[in-house]
Design a protein around this ligand. Structure first.
Ligand code: ADP
Ligand code: MG
Length: 323
């Protein structure tokens, strides 16, 4: 909704790894996993964060939920600085901000029955009486496409897709305002991916949850996200609404990623842009525009000057000398 304060505001976020090593060992390398990233998410919206492996997506997700410290910048939740909250404020906020992992199996205790795993956090946060937990567990299991008869089973008795449903049920039982879903479908078979994506879109319709949806796959975010940011080596290269990004991609990196998205209609052909080379070593990123070593259009200034992240039309930002 326009004119509304965003629920999440990320301002000039930086997260560097290896700094403390450098203090002792002069040549220890620093990885600028997140390097001056800004974006905001309005209430009820889903923001998609895409980029190749190692581009800093998970680091941003964890920093927003204060699951790790940050090097610089700010994360505001409903206007409040999350990294400056007291322990008490943070404890009260915890159930409202949830994380869904790529691999729910490693986050599920193999010895805990699924119903107990889903209800656990309600009891931990003292959000309801013990006798009502079971009812709530059954309710969210049904919402998430699980049968309530399965509540006494153990995680190993479930398939990958069902386990992800359990992970989602564990998050939504707390009635969160905000969820970071970090590659929640990447480990699943394609046919199962579609079912889980449908579950996310049902939750978007039925619950007023704000999502940060992380994926390396642009075809996945297209279905769910109203706004999308494209990361490369810790830097936001382009950001815009779904329509701006898919119908008018401006950054050569975004164009290459979109060209790899399959089109359902086989008579339509999209020219595939193949990027040269591999993603560079993040502790030695290229000078100037970090993307210049792989960019088919790079000019001399791209090697020297860091492009400004500029707004080229309302809400559409891009960091490229050629735009
Ligand atoms: P993505 O989720 O996009 O694959 P990550 O956020 O996991 O990327 O990682 C971004 C960069 O930060 C990578 O180069 C990764 O090796 C580095 N990194 C992530 N976590 C740590 C850590 N705890 N210690 C050191 N380096 C890390
Ligand atoms: Mg990741």
């Amino acid at each position: 909704m326009k004119g509304q304060t965003p629920l999440i505001e990320v301002k000039n976020l930086k997260k560097y790894f290896g700094e403390s090593d450098r203090f002792f060992k002069r040549n220890a390398s620093i990885v600028k996993a997140v390097d001056n990233v800004s974006f905001s998410i309005n209430r009820g919206e889903t923001f998609g964060l895409v980029g190749e492996s190692g581009s800093g997506k998970s680091t941003i997700g964890k920093s927003i939920l204060r699951l790790q410290s940050i090097t610089d910048g700010e994360v505001l939740f409903d206007g409040k600085n999350l990294h400056q909250m007291s322990k008490k404020e943070l404890r009260d906020l915890r159930p409202k901000i949830q994380f869904i992992f790529q691999d729910p199996y490693s986050s599920l205790n193999p010895r805990l029955r699924v119903g107990d795993a889903i209800g656990e956090a309600l009891l931990d946060h003292e959000l309801c009486e013990k006798h009502v937990v079971e009812e709530k567990v059954k309710e969210v299991m049904e919402i998430c496409g699980l049968s309530k008869d399965q509540m006494n089973r153990y995680p190993h008795e479930f398939s990958g897709g069902q386990r992800q449903r359990i992970g989602i049920a564990r998050a939504i039982i707390l009635q969160p305002d905000f969820i970071v879903a970090d590659e929640p479908v990447s480990a699943l078979d394609v046919s199962i991916q579609a079912q889980i994506i449908n579950l996310f879109s049902k939750l978007q319709r039925q619950k007023n949850i704000t999502f940060l949806f992380i994926s390396h796959d642009l075809s996945v975010v297209e279905h769910l996200c109203s706004h999308i940011g494209v990361l490369y080596l810790g830097t936001m290269m382009e950001l815009g609404s779904r329509d701006q990004l898919y119908s008018k991609p401006l950054h050569p990196y975004t164009k290459a990623l979109i060209s790899a998205v399959p089109i359902p209609n086989p008579t339509l052909k999209r020219e595939r842009i193949i990027l040269k080379g591999d993603i560079p070593n993040p502790s030695k990123p290229p000078s100037g525009c970090k993307f210049h070593t792989r960019c088919p259009y790079a000019i001399d200034s791209c090697k020297i000057e860091v492009p400004e992240f500029k707004e080229v039309e309302k809400g559409h930002f891009v960091a490229c000398h050629l735009v």
